[in-house]
Design a binder for this molecule. Structure first.
Ligand SMILES: [Zn+2]
Length: 335
């Protein structure tokens, strides 16, 4: 069993701002989470690579790329009130975007079971022409776009506590990408209602599961069983890409959800088992309590690697099951 691990010290160079929750220390917390597993030779380091302009252009117009480049060349600045370019950010962003591409190449070559891109800045809030919510460019979308360009079908499952609005927007009318986001509602960025289901040829291929604050592991497991598993199986995805935000943890300072690291272990294992062999990639998104982030990474990859390491038990009895049932029904899943 091998886990490909893509990360880079250059991701530490991106500084979102003084006392900003999306800090370089987050990445070190993630590294610690994997170190705790002592995977030895089962952890295979793969060098990320910088995404090329052609690869970025699949998701972002040239004007937006040029605007980011110009800001970087001028020493940095703000893209929105909480999204900033510092010295080193643009290199980090293009390297984060290229990590998933390198993971695809390495999974095909090595036949390793799965890959984890421990990257920052995160990506899922970045729309085609707007950097927002700590995200400059959309890492997971750039990988999905490169796969569909080769004729593959991609399911993107976003378990970050915030709605994956950027990924949704980029593929909103594209039936080659099934985008399912499970998130807290209401919460930043304010999108991700049940009624947002895609448009034109993409109608029905966007699925939103907006859960109430306090939702626990049982609700998430129910969303997986009743929505994610049947829809992904029906879609016949060639690849599963996971926006692995860990900010639905109950200790997270930015959200109000009720998950523990034990719940993340269940979620990631279920998503891994749902994917075709060697075709599952996890992308780091949010997660702002450092200890919770370490524990969640430890528990998640322990479960995939078959190691018994759960810093916290799974949770149950939270709200939101009625939302799960309603979304399943509206997307034609027969319960
Ligand atoms: Zn988030």
């Amino acid at each position: 069993m091998a886990l490909l691990f893509l990360t880079d010290e250059r991701f530490l160079e991106h500084v979102a701002g003084k006392k900003h929750p999306e800090s370089p220390a987050r990445l070190e917390a993630v590294w610690k989470g994997l170190d705790n597993l002592f995977l030895g030779d089962d952890l295979v380091r793969i060098e990320p690579r910088i995404a090329t302009e052609t690869e970025l252009l699949r998701c972002h117009p040239i004007e937006h790329i040029k605007a980011l480049e110009a800001l970087d060349a001028n020493g940095g600045g703000r893209m929105d009130p909480d999204t900033r370019i510092s010295k080193g950010s643009w290199d980090a962003a293009r390297l984060a975007a290229g990590s998933g591409l390198a993971a695809v190449e390495a999974l095909i070559q090595t036949q390793a079971e799965t890959a984890f891109c421990a990257i920052r800045p995160p990506g899922h809030h970045a729309t085609s022409n707007r950097s927002m919510g700590f995200c400059l460019i959309n890492n997971i979308a750039i990988t999905a776009a490169s796969l569909i360009a080769k004729g593959e079908k991609v399911a993107v499952i976003d378990i970050d506590a915030h709605h994956g609005n950027g990924t949704q927007e980029i593929f909103y009318s594209d039936p080659r990408v099934l985008m399912i986001s499970i998130h807290q509602w209401p919460l930043y960025p304010g999108t991700g209602s049940e009624e947002e289901i895609g448009e034109l040829e993409g109608k029905g291929f966007t699925v939103n599961v907006p859960l109430p604050p306090g939702a626990t592991g049982s609700t998430y497991r129910s969303a997986l069983d009743k929505i994610v598993v049947p829809l992904v199986e029906d879609f016949q995805a060639d690849w599963i890409l996971v926006s692995a935000g860990f900010d639905a943890h109950r200790e997270d300072p930015l959200t109000d959800m009720g998950l523990t690291s034990g719940d993340f272990a269940d979620l990631t294992l279920n998503l891994f088992n749902l994917a075709p062999k060697n075709r599952c990639i996890f992308f780091l998104e949010g997660g702002y309590n450092l200890q919770a982030l370490t524990d969640s990474v430890t528990a998640s990859f322990a479960s995939i690697m078959g190691i018994n390491s759960r810093p916290e038990s799974a949770t149950g009895d939270g709200p939101g099951v009625e939302v799960v049932n309603r979304v399943a029904k509206s997307h034609g899943v027969i319960l």
